[in-house]
Design a protein around this ligand. Structure first.
Ligand SMILES: O=P(O)(O)OC[C@H]1O[C@@H](O)[C@H](O)[C@@H](O)[C@@H]1O
Length: 323
């Protein structure tokens, strides 16, 4: 090859534009996966808009997903981040939601993928910080709506759920709009199953002195977390609705791993079924898997969010990797 005097020293791909995230659909259109150019990834099942995987650049999974989780739309996903709306748990005494199934219908409806935004288009993001946001929608008119919703919750609503992946964090946010002529009540929660190496080494900070509702002590459920020790540990079945003042941090063996921050979510449910309950949950596998998970679930679930006609409730969580 004859050398040219003016040939460029090196060929660079599109100057000025950093590599962008890639977004791909599974062959059966059941899930969407986004990967940052730096290797971090997130995978969302359209059924429930359930985040079923979140990996760092080394491929290390951050969420726990049961080996027996159904990903075919036959039941809510056991693991990942199911979206709870419009009722947390069941509410037999609340007329609007009393007939809805546990945790509502958002996690058992097929959501629509609305699109993606990447670093290029996300306002306020430095061009050198790779990021991707995936948006999902579910409304009262959606074909994928769980029939239990229209049968037992007749309001016109529109939900937008956004999953934003950054190199060291994952944010999930929701806007629940009331398109009805009447106000409705709702509860909202992100049922995050964090993956841990060994639950017996887990320490949770940010709960000290926080009031909580203890779901496994029906005789005496209203309690306050002691101020000392500063870190709470999990030593048996735990199912508590906390109202903490600030962020909640999960450490393992003294090493901080996850920081959970909230916007407009006053509560954090901390759940681990432990051995006996895990055995009783059919889609919880392996049965010893309770050792490798801790649900830290930000939400607005103590009392009700009353959303006026034409108004919306908004809330978000961000999980930041600390290790
Ligand atoms: O089995 P489900 O419906 O997914 O619920 C799992 C757990 O979810 C938690 O949020 C609740 O506080 C628990 O009471 C419940 O057992």
């Amino acid at each position: 090859m004859v050398g040219r005097a003016n040939k460029p020293k090196e060929l660079v791909s599109t100057p000025g534009l950093p590599p962008q995230a890639t977004v791909t659909f599974s062959e059966d259109n059941s899930r969407v996966r986004a990967e940052l150019p730096t290797g971090e990834s997130v995978e969302v099942l359209l059924y429930g808009a359930t985040v079923i995987s979140w990996k760092d650049a080394s491929g290390d999974e951050k969420l726990w997903l049961s080996d027996a989780a159904k990903l075919d739309g036959s039941r809510a996903v056991r693991g990942g981040i199911p979206v709870v709306f419009p009722v947390f748990s069941t509410a037999p005494d609340h007329p609007q939601t009393k007939d809805l199934p546990q945790h509502g219908f958002a996690r058992t409806s097929r959501w629509e993928f609305l699109g993606k935004s990447t670093s290029e288009s996300l306002v306020g993001k430095a061009a050198n910080e790779p990021t991707v946001k995936l948006d999902f929608g579910l409304s009262s008119a959606a074909p994928g709506l769980d029939p239990k919703a229209s049968a037992h919750w007749p309001f016109k609503f529109n939900l937008i759920y956004s999953v934003t992946l950054n190199q060291r964090s994952l944010t999930t946010s929701i806007v629940a709009a009331n398109d009805d002529s009447a106000p409705f009540d709702c509860q909202v929660l992100m049922h995050t199953y964090l993956r841990v190496k060994d639950i017996t080494n887990v320490e949770i900070t940010g709960l000290a002195s926080a009031p909580y509702f203890d779901k496994v002590d029906s005789a005496n459920p209203h309690k306050t977390q002691p101020a000392e020790p500063a870190a709470a540990t999990i030593t048996g079945e735990t199912d508590r609705v906390y109202t903490p003042a600030g962020d909640v941090t999960v450490a393992e063996g003294g090493v901080p791993r996850y920081r959970v921050t909230r916007e407009n979510f006053g509560n954090v449910v901390v759940w681990n079924p432990w051995a006996d309950k895990a055995r009783a949950i059919p889609d919880f596998e392996p049965k010893h898997g309770f050792r490798n998970m801790l649900c830290v679930e930000p939400g607005a679930v103590a009392g009700w969010q009353s959303v006026e006609s034409g108004d919306a409730f908004e809330g978000a969580q961000t999980i930041t990797l600390l290790d």
